[in-house]
Design a protein around this ligand. Structure first.
Ligand code: COA
Length: 255
């Protein structure tokens, strides 16, 4: 079974997380498939917009925690970071349809999408610190910029779950769309983007991003180094093992 589905629908490339049994948790192989799909979107002139979606019950539960222990991303060449680079540099527009839960990278990847729609009841979270990790996807830079310092600190340092209302308030989500209409609405919007003059669209997206791109690359590189270091930490191992053993983590012994 393909854990990442990617399918052409006219000028739109639809990319779908397809690992419902594990809440669409993303493994190294899935990051590779995601990076390949986004690269195809960039190079194939027939593709004019990308739509990324999960399942109704979950967008993605983020990095696969067991896979992280088995194949930790050691440096910037790791598939996780390759995917994030391709995503953040994509010239074509990206629409996201989010429902259920969007955990970790499931939320941070939205910072690189252009239009984001979410179903009522969607739960977003950035539990990096809670897992003994640090944020990725340049979210340490982009989230304070988007949400303001205190709100970003609340979301990143406490790692609490937040809903669609807050996601709209901080500018992460464009609109809340009823669950039964979400995919059709997002697909229609992606098609609409695909009908815009493509060069003007690409150039406008580039101009909107130009000033931030070098800073985003720098942030991703330092996050990648810190992330790799944190993955080897006793704090992260305790958090991951606790999740897999279905118990609460105990950080009381750490200094
Ligand atoms: N990595 C690995 N496995 C995961 C996973 C992840 N990120 N998220 C879910 N799973 C697995 C569970 O271990 C469980 O596997 P099992 O059926 O073999 O026991 C299965 O997916 C179902 O998950 P469960 O926790 O029972 O579903 P839920 O509906 O109660 O909760 C979530 C859904 C997303 C809230 C919850 O799974 C969760 O918090 N996942 C971890 C998220 C996380 O910390 N991600 C990393 C961010 S950096």
């Amino acid at each position: 079974m393909d854990l990442i589905l990617s399918e052409r629908d006219g000028a739109v490339l639809r990319i779908e997380f397809n690992r419902p049994a594990k809440k669409n948790a993303i493994t190294v192989d899935m990051y590779r498939a995601l990076a390949d799909a986004f690269e195809q979107a960039e190079t194939d002139a027939g593709i004019r917009a990308v739509l990324i979606q999960g399942k109704a019950e979950v967008f993605t539960s983020g990095n696969d925690l067991a896979d992280f222990l088995a194949h930790p991303p050691r440096d910037e060449s790791a598939p996780t970071f390759r995917f994030l680079r391709v995503l953040s540099q994509l010239q074509k527009p990206i629409v996201a349809a989010v429902s259920g839960a969007a955990v970790g990278i499931g939320t941070t990847l939205l910072l690189h999408c252009d239009l984001v729609y979410a179903a009522p009841g969607t739960r977003f979270s950035l539990p990096f610190v809670n897992l003994g990790l640090v944020p990725e996807a340049a979210s340490s830079l982009l989230l304070p910029r988007l949400a303001g310092w205190q709100r970003a600190a609340e979301l990143l340092l406490l790692g609490e779950v937040f809903g669609v209302e807050k996601a709209m308030e901080i500018g992460l989500v464009n609109a809340c769309v009823p669950a039964e209409q979400l995919l059709a609405f997002a697909a229609a919007t992606a098609r609409q983007l695909g009908e815009q003059p493509p060069a003007a669209l690409r150039m406008t997206k580039r101009l909107m991003k130009e000033a931030m791109l070098p800073a985003v690359e720098l942030a991703m590189a330092s996050e990648a180094r810190a992330f790799a270091e944190r993955l080897d930490s006793a704090e992260a191992r305790e958090a991951f093992t606790a999740f897999l053993e279905k118990r609460s983590p105990d950080f009381s012994k750490f200094r």
